[in-house]
Ligand binder design. Structure first.
Ligand SMILES: NC(=O)c1ccc[n+]([C@@H]2O[C@H](COP(=O)([O-])OP(=O)(O)OC[C@H]3O[C@@H](n4cnc5c(N)ncnc54)[C@H](O)[C@@H]3O)[C@@H](O)[C@H]2O)c1
Length: 360
C-alpha cells in the first residue's frame, strides 16, 4: 500500500475506544482526527490516543484532509453523518444499526454510491472464528441446503444500563430496543450464514421487565421465511438475570447443524453444536465458570479484536477498491428484518419483505 488511509472518528463515546485501538494498530492507517458534539470529550479522546485534531462538529473533521471516517454516534444521527461524509468524498464505516428506517438506509446507500465511496457497517461478530467456520461449512455445502435457522438472545440489562446515555430506551433516540440494538448483530450473522435473505416475518414485541425506564421493547419473538424456503425463529430479550448468552443455529437438509454461541457476552463465540459428518471435533466444550453478567466495558473489551478484524478488512477494501465483507446493502437486510418485526407486531399481520420464498 503506497499511501496510508487517513481516518477520523466521529463520536468519541464508548465504542469509539474499540475503533481507536483498532485503527492505531493498523500499519496502513493514520488516525488523524476525531469529533464529538461534546468538544471536551473529543479533546480528551484525542489526548488519550495521540490524535492530532479534535473537533466539536463533524463538518470540520470532514474538511480536515482525511479520506475515511468511522461513525460511532447514536442511531438516528447515522443518516445525516454518513450522507455528509459521502458528499465530502469520504469512505465510511458506520456502527450498527445502519439507520433506524429503511428510507434513511436507502438515502445513505444512494449517497455513498453516487459519490463512489466505500460504505461498510460494523457487524464484527461475523469475524469470530466460530462464525467464519460456520459460514464456510454452510457455503461449501457441508450441511446441504439450509432449512432452519434461529437466533436465541438471552441477555441481562438493568436500569443503570438504560439510564447511562440519554439516547437509550426511546423510539426517537434509539429506534427500538433489544432487536435494533443487540439482536441485530445475530440477525445479520444468521442471514449471512443461511446465505438467503428473510422475505416474510411474523413477530411480536413487548416491554415486560424494564417498563419503568424504557419505552422500547425488551422482549421479542418472530417467525421467519427465507427466500430459499428455509424457516427460522428469533427470540430475544434483555430481561434475563443473569444473562444466558446468545446462539445462532443453522440446520441443513442433510440433517447437520452448526451453531455459534456467545457466552458470556463479549467473549469470543464458540461452536457448541456441530453435527457435520466427520467434523465432530469442532464442537467446543466451554466452561461456564465465568461471570455471566460482565460490565459493558468488559463486553466491549472482549469485542475489540473483532472490531479490529472488521476495521482491517474495511481499510484493505478502501486501499484495494474492493467491497468490504459487510457492505451497507448487507447491513440493510438485518435492519429490514428488525423493522418488519416491529411492523408485524403493530399490525398483527405478517410482513413481506420483497422476494417470494421458493416453496410459496
Ligand atoms: N459493534 C458493537 O458491538 C457496538 C457496541 C456498542 C455500541 N455500538 C454502536 O455504536 C454507536 C455508539 O454507541 P456508544 O455506546 O459508543 O454511544 P455513546 O453514547 O457512548 O457515544 C456516542 C457519542 O457520540 C456523540 N455524538 C452524538 N451525536 C453526535 C453527532 N451528531 N456528531 C458527533 N458526535 C455525536 C456523543 O456526544 C457521544 O460522545 C451506536 O450506533 C451503537 O449501537 C456498537
Amino acid at each position: 500500500m503506497k499511501q496510508k488511509v487517513r481516518v477520523g472518528i466521529i463520536g468519541c463515546g464508548k465504542i469509539a475506544l474499540n475503533h481507536a485501538k483498532a485503527l492505531l494498530a493498523n500499519d496502513n492507517v493514520e488516525l488523524l482526527a476525531c469529533a464529538d458534539v461534546d468538544g471536551k470529550r473529543a479533546a480528551e479522546f484525542a489526548d488519550r490516543f495521540g490524535i492530532l485534531h479534535a473537533y466539536d462538529n463533524s463538518t470540520d473533521l470532514m474538511s480536515s484532509g482525511i479520506d475515511t471516517v468511522t461513525v460511532c454516534t447514536p442511531h438516528p444521527t447515522h443518516e445525516a453523518t454518513v450522507i455528509e461524509a459521502a458528499r465530502h468524498g469520504l469512505n465510511v464505516l458506520c456502527e450498527k444499526p445502519i439507520a433506524i428506517s429503511l428510507a434513511a438506509a436507502d438515502n445513505m446507500i444512494d449517497a455513498a454510491e453516487s459519490a463512489g465511496v466505500t460504505f461498510g457497517v460494523l457487524f464484527q461478530r461475523r469475524f469470530w472464528e466460530a462464525s467464519q467456520r460456520a459460514h464456510q461449512a454452510i457455503r461449501s455445502g457441508r450441511i446441504g441446503t439450509p432449512v432452519f435457522a434461529s437466533v436465541s438472545l438471552r441477555l441481562g440489562r438493568d436500569a443503570a444500563y438504560f439510564n447511562s446515555d440519554p439516547w437509550r430506551g426511546t423510539w426517537d433516540a434509539e429506534g427500538g430496543g433489544v432487536l435494533i440494538n443487540q439482536a441485530i448483530h445475530y440477525i445479520d450473522l444468521m442471514q449471512w450464514c443461511v446465505g438467503s435473505p428473510v422475505v416474510r416475518v411474523n413477530g411480536s414485541i413487548a416491554t415486560l421487565k424494564h417498563g419503568d425506564h424504557i419505552e422500547v421493547e425488551d422482549t421479542a419473538v418472530a417467525t421467519l421465511e427465507f427466500a430459499n424456503g428455509a424457516l427460522g425463529v428469533i427470540q430475544a430479550g434483555t430481561t434475563f438475570a443473569p444473562g444466558l448468552g446468545t446462539q445462532v443455529l443453522v440446520t441443513g437438509n442433510n440433517g447437520a447443524t452448526v451453531s455459534v454461541t456467545e457466552f458470556p457476552e463479549g467473549e469470543p463465540a464458540f461452536n457448541d453444536i456441530w453435527t457435520v459428518a466427520g467434523e465432530e471435533s469442532y464442537q467446543s466444550v466451554h466452561s461456564t465458570e465465568t461471570d455471566s453478567d460482565p460490565s459493558l466495558a468488559t463486553i466491549h473489551e472482549g469485542l475489540t479484536p473483532y472490531h479490529a478484524r472488521q476495521i482491517d478488512d474495511f481499510i484493505d477494501a478502501v486501499a484495494h477498491h474492493r467491497a468490504p465483507l459487510v457492505t451497507a446493502r448487507e447491513a440493510r437486510k438485518a435492519l429490514a428484518t428488525v423493522l418488519a418485526i416491529y411492523e408485524s407486531s403493530r399490525t398483527r399481520l405478517p410482513v413481506d419483505l420483497g422476494a417470494t420464498p421458493v416453496h410459496a
